[in-house]
Design a protein around this ligand. Structure first.
Ligand code: TEU
Ligand code: CA
Length: 552
């Protein structure tokens, strides 16, 4: 039996504040800009917001390198702005969760500044310091952002670990005083009345004690060495149980862990109700097709997404709860991975909306997904901002790739594809700002933007809005059983959502060729389709039909 809770019934929206809305015309998104757009989110039907980091940061990794957990990033505004944002969000019946980055801090955080002063500094143990081996790094681990995972410090002749950028230093979770300082900070935010956290790479916090050499380069291009020694480390569960006991469990909040690299069964140990660790996790195995990574040039096959989704819908159990997402600030736009034919952008955007909002689990819409935004379309290296992309370009050139090919791979896989300014209108800079933004606007803003879609009842926006309303109107779409239909039929995805109140039937064409329907349904039962007028016995390319079969 599934225990009903507010966060299982929520429809969440991820905001990347830097690119959402600029209110003071400095070209950078900010908290007051988010406040300006709360009515827009309420209108869409959102009732949970996840903010990517807004804490003081030198922005080496756009806020995922925190310098002061209790201060708002100067470009985003002040703590008063945050307090007003939280108040205005709650006034609209919307809850707000923050991004909690506690695997690492910025090298400018006062803890690290102290830690690197001397070997006997009280903060030395807050981070991971090791002697080198024969004058080189302590082991062969590499960073996700290219290069060794170690910085050398001349003063103390030791190396400090960073599995992310050179300015993101891994915290030492073996050290209790450090953990206690984190708990104090987390409770300080929870006492302000926020509704929970998304926890950044939280399964990486426990490293294998001897820091042994890694044996495999995971994914050739993004390739990191050593990840097998911390993706599921020896103490990760005891740390999470201690963390939860000292913080989250004392509040009515939700936690969703970002856990790259875990499989379904391992994930149950993080989210099963009996574990008292996290409420949900973000799993990434559906974000690229098997054997492919973000920078590979391939057409994403929706049949594989179907397989992944069905696995998590069927095997995750009733004591674990799925998160559902198809985009975030770390991946290219999903429409662009599926099709490059602009005539299909809209119908594919609505197909993705259907998967997100009619399956079982809490849906997370990433900013711009609700209007079917597509990739940035940058052609010059100078247009990129993401530390990962810039380092990756250098790495590819060093590996002997031509400038053109390296730039082509960055264009395909760069996280900046999802970080260009939110497209509010066809005005200059897409209505995001009156001035040139920190990152270029993608050229499709004239055709893909909120203003034009609000007026068009057949837009991707209105499709999302309708589905969100159905999801809030019928608990069947939240808690109802997921029952696949003719699962093995290629290029079709058909399933029921059913409880003792109502039954929905959804049938989807997963490719750009017409497909025979699997089931003839009385057309008067059609609730919503991404094709206004469709012939009955065939599904058009990427056609989605949502039926309500009965409603007792
Ligand atoms: O991302 C961690 C993560 O596993 C990936 O999404 C990763 O960013 C990317 O694929 C690089 O290989 C989290 C944050 O979402 C990301 O923005 C940060 O850069 C990263 O952690 C470090 O904080
Ligand atoms: Ca601004």
């Amino acid at each position: 039996e599934i225990k009903p809770t507010w966060w299982k019934e929520a429809v969440a929206y991820q905001i990347y504040p830097r690119s959402f809305k600029d209110s003071n015309q400095d070209g950078i998104g900010d908290l007051c800009g988010i406040i300006e757009k709360l009515d827009y989110l309420q209108e869409l039907g959102i009732n949970l917001i996840w903010l990517s980091p807004i804490y003081d940061s030198p922005n080496d990794d756009n806020g995922y390198d925190i310098r002061d957990y209790k201060k708002i990033m100067q470009e985003f505004g002040t703590m008063q702005d945050f307090d007003r944002l939280l108040l205005e969000t709650h006034k609209r019946g919307i809850r707000l969760i923050m991004d909690l980055v506690i695997n690492h801090t910025s090298d400018e955080h006062k803890w690290f500044v102290e830690s690197s002063k001397s070997k006997d500094n009280p903060y030395r143990e807050y981070y991971i310091w090791e002697k080198g081996k024969n004058g080189k790094e302590p082991n062969n681990w590499t960073s996700f952002f290219s290069g060794p995972a170690w910085n050398y410090d001349y003063k103390t002749n030791e190396w400090s670990m960073h599995i992310w950028s050179k300015k993101q230093m891994d915290l030492n979770w073996n050290y209790k005083p450090m953990r206690n300082d984190l708990y104090e900070m987390i409770n300080w935010w929870l006492d302000k009345g926020i509704d929970g956290f998304r926890l950044d790479v939280i399964n990486f916090i426990s490293k294998e004690s001897q820091l042994p050499d890694g044996h495999t380069m995971i994914e050739e291009l993004i390739g990191v060495c050593g990840v097998e020694n911390y993706a599921f480390g020896p103490h990760v569960h005891s740390y999470l149980q201690e963390l939860n006991k000292n913080t989250f469990s004392n509040y009515d909040v939700v936690t969703v862990g970002e856990t790259p690299g875990l499989g379904l069964n391992t994930s149950k140990y993080f989210t099963h109700e009996s574990r008292e660790e996290l409420n949900m996790i973000f799993n990434f195995e559906h974000m690229d097709n098997p054997g492919k990574d973000r920078f590979d040039d391939y057409q994403y096959d929706l049949n594989i997404l179907k397989k992944q989704l069905v696995k998590w819908q069927m095997d995750y159990g009733n004591s674990c709860w799925n998160s559902l997402f198809l985009e975030n600030h770390d991946f290219p736009r999903m429409i662009s991975k599926i099709t490059n034919e602009s005539k299909y952008y809209g119908v594919v955007g609505k197909l993705l909306a259907t998967l997100l909002l009619t399956l079982k689990g809490t849906p997370f819409i990433y900013q711009g997904q609700e209007i079917g935004m597509i990739n940035a379309g940058f052609d010059l290296l100078e247009e990129y901002r993401d530390v990962e992309s810039i380092n990756m370009y250098d790495k590819l050139i060093k590996k002997g790739m031509t400038k053109e090919e390296a730039l082509r791979r960055i264009k395909i896989g760069s996280r900046d594809n999802a970080r260009v300014p939110m497209q509010w209108s066809s005005n200059n800079f897409a209505g995001f700002s009156d001035v040139n933004p920190w990152i270029g606007v993608s050229q499709n803003y004239k055709t893909i933007n909120v203003k034009s879609q609000l007026k068009d009842n057949n837009s991707v926006y209105h499709f999302y809005k309708s589905l969100v309303e159905y999801r809030k109107g019928y608990k069947t779409l939240v808690y109802g059983d997921f029952i696949p239909y003719k699962l093995n039929k290629k290029n079709r995805f058909a399933y029921y959502r059913k409880d003792n109140e109502s039954t929905f039937y959804i049938e989807i064409n997963l490719c750009s060729a017409k497909q025979k329907r699997l089931k003839e349904i009385d057309p008067t039962k059609l609730l919503l389709s991404n094709y206004i007028n469709h012939i009955t016995d065939f599904l058009e390319p990427y056609e989605v039909d949502i039926y309500m079969l009965n409603n007792h």
